[in-house]
Design a protein. Structure first.
Length: 281
């Protein structure tokens, strides 16, 4: 089953960790007859499946969730107080570490009134690794963000990417796991993952890559790329791209190493956009 033959109302969302994928789900859930689920599937359930079985398993999950929405006005999703929040990780605590804000695995759904509705499932890591297969069965989109802002956000997060590891993706793609395991330097591991993500999106869905900065600049209406109704969004959004530049003493060194790299990220962002963050901070 190719994406052109799939149910157009079943859509997959991936992207860089800390790029605004959770914010995207939060905004999509504000639209009528649109439900966006934040990492609702255990990635281990998707590992080791043949391509057709992987596509079918996700399809069954869509069917199950649609039935639950219609029957119970709820759905499976990581949540904070019964909703997908704008951000899944909080601001730094006194030790400088940001912790998860998730406190549940279910969201309330009160915006579905039509017999048919659009449903998004978001998983940054596993869907990135499986993207070459997933595009054969689903419409897929990816959210990206200024690479320096992402790298600095990773450093203080309380998730494995802070150490340059991505377990969900590594379980699916053993060559990625081997490349990360062979590298001792944390930042170099993060560079490997950053390059892997941008290469995947540019190879598989080059016309379906949306920048965090465009979501912020348009107050959310750029999400019309994902859902035409998104053009009605007009939310008070503020960029967090310079947040960690002001607080991370290694920001300039990380920027220098990033700017010296020949990375696929430069096909989406130019180097001046990285340099400009320091001027804005």
């Amino acid at each position: 089953m190719r994406a052109t033959e799939a149910d157009p109302d079943n859509i997959l969302l991936t992207g860089l960790a800390r790029s605004g994928t959770t914010l995207t789900c939060h905004l999509l859930n504000k639209l009528p007859n649109c439900v966006a689920l934040h990492e609702p599937i255990d990635p281990r359930a998707l590992v080791g499946l043949a391509p057709a079985d992987l596509i079918a398993k996700i399809g069954h999950f869509f069917d199950e969730q649609r039935a639950i929405v219609r029957r119970d006005c709820k759905a499976t999703s990581k949540s904070t107080v019964g909703r997908v929040p704008t951000n899944s990780i909080g601001d730094p605590d006194k030790s400088g570490v940001r912790k998860s804000l998730s406190d549940g695995k279910e969201i309330r759904v009160d915006n579905v009134t039509a017999p048919t509705f659009r449903m998004f499932i978001k998983h940054p890591a596993i869907f990135t690794a499986a993207l070459p297969v997933l595009v054969e069965g689903y419409q897929c989109h990816a959210i990206v963000r200024n690479p320096l802002a992402v790298l600095l956000s990773w450093r203080s997060s309380s998730v494995p990417v802070a150490e340059g590891r991505v377990p969900a993706a590594e379980m699916y793609d053993t060559s990625l796991a081997a490349a990360l395991s062979a590298e001792d330097d944390t930042l170099e591991r993060q560079f490997i993952w950053l390059d892997y993500c941008f290469a995947r999106y540019l190879d598989c869905i080059p016309r379906s890559v949306l920048r965090y900065e465009d979501i912020i600049r348009t107050r959310g209406s750029a999400l019309s790329m994902l859902d035409p109704v998104g053009r009605q969004l007009d939310e008070p959004l503020t960029s967090r791209n310079t947040l960690f530049i002001r607080h991370d003493p290694k920001a300039k060194d990380i920027a220098r190493r990033l700017l010296d790299r020949d990375s696929p990220c430069w096909k989406v962002y130019d180097r001046k956009s990285v340099e400009a963050l320091f001027e804005q901070a």
